[in-house]
Structures are given as structure tokens and as C-alpha cells.
Design a protein around this ligand. Sequence first.
Ligand code: CP
Length: 302
Amino acid sequence: MENKHLVSITDFSKEEIFRILDLAEGFEKNPNQNLLDNKVIATLFFEPSTRTRLSFESAISRLGGKYIGFTDAGSSSVKKGESLKDTIMTVANYSDMIIMRNPIEGSARWASEVSNVPIVNAGDGANQHPTQTLLDLYSIRKTQGTLDNLNICFVGDLKYGRTVHSLLQAMAMFNTTYNFVSPDELKIPNEYKLYLDKKDLKYYEHKELDEVLKHADIVYMTRIQRERFSDPIEYERTKNSYVLKNNMLENTKENMKVLHPLPRVNEIHTNVDENEKAYYFTQALNGVYTRQAIITHILGLK
Ligand code: CP
């Protein structure tokens, strides 16, 4: 059977996305199931991570599987000059699936072309983060009761934010209205605007946050990512562009939820954390159930 990879969210049909979300609901009700007996899954993280790596490893553990891997390329033979192709071909011999995060855009697609086990993209540079998108969709459906006809406001680093790029593509299946709030330097790239144009979807770009909040069903905050800037002065100029505070949520929709892929720096004030509209820590928890669903779906176990 041909390997099923998850490199871009567009690799999954709408039906498959719903299948994953339904499976995740089952795992939320019953997270400990021995479905990965005798399976070994590799987690190769060439970039730092807390949530993605640990929620995958938690998901594997709760399914009775084993994991191997590295959290720093510096402790692997990449440090000796080994290519990504050789690393993937080697690790594919040791495992049933490879979950990989890498700073180079397109690296996950390349890995999928040389691997004889499924590749799951856990983030490739500023390009895609499809497993984050699936947990975001799970969180949106769970809190809003639907994915259809929502107003979603993306805030912050829309240029380099891979979670934004994946999620906006997925939400394009559901007649979403988009508000993009960013400084000029970090606007949503043209290729994504063209993507929405082709689907005849409405989107609006803004520099100020306050006015658009009241229309939103979902406010998706993002961090200004220092590690993606080639010019440190540009980072300094933009790093404090938006700080969401508790009082700014007063006139927002009753069921509006604030999401953030995390980690946060200062773009959501900690005084928002206790607000019932703050959903980002539960969103991170949903990552375990969603990743259980992704693994078992791709391995054909569910
Ligand atoms: N959301 C996310 O990708 O978080 P980590 O960088 O901690 O994995």
C-alpha cells in the first residue's frame, strides 16, 4: 500500500479532515487505547518545540507505542554533515512513521519523497504546520459547534506564521470571512491572498486590532517570531505591535474564543488567561487527541 503522508493540510480532503476530528473526539473520551503495540515512531526535531513534540510523544505513549528521535539536530549525525535524505532513509529503517520539524520550507515534502514510511510534517520553516491546523479545527468546531460561515481574525506575524498559512487554507473549505491584522512588514503573503481570491472568499487587511475584534468568532493570536527575521532591527520595530488585554474583550461576541498556537511572548496579556474567552491552553491539550487521531488514521489503525 502507498504511504499516506501529511505534509500540507491540502493533502487531506474535507472528508478526511472530518474523519480526523471525529476520531479525536473519541480519543478525548477514551485517550488510553493500545493501538500502537509493536509500533515505533520517530520524532525528529531540528527546531525547538514544547507542544508539538510532547503532545505527539504523549499521544504515542497513551496508544501503547514507543518513540525514538532527537530534539536537537546537534546531537545527531547532521552535525557531522549527514544530509536530510540520508537521515530520513536511515530513520525510516528504524520506525513505522517519522514526525519531523525542520526550519527549511519544503523539507517535509522532500522527506516524503525519499521515505518508505509515512512522514508527518510538524512544521517546515514558515510554510506549513498541518497537525497544528487539525487541532485548531478541532478546537474551533468544539467551541463554535460548526466550522461553517465563521469570522476569523488572524493577528500578528502573518508573513512567517506557518500555523496561519495552514489554517487559512483549511478554513477556505468552510466559507470563512477573514480579517488579517498585522504591521506592514508582516502582512499575509500574496500567494495566500490569491488562494482566497480563487475561492471567492472575503478577506480584509488591517493595521489596528480593536475595531475588528467585535465581529470575530475566533481571534487567532500569533507571536512575532524573532527566529524568522534576517534583520534584527525589523524584529525590534514590530515585536510589540499587538498586545491583547482583558478589557479589549468586553464588546466581543459572547461565544468568541481566543486561540494561539503558543508559545506566547507578550502578545496576550496574562490578565486574559482567566477570561472564559481564552481557549489557548485547552487548545494545546486538544493537540494530544488530534495527534492520536492523525497517527492512527495514517497508519490505517482506525
Ligand atoms: N504550536 C507549536 O508548534 O508549539 P511548539 O513550537 O511548542 O511545538
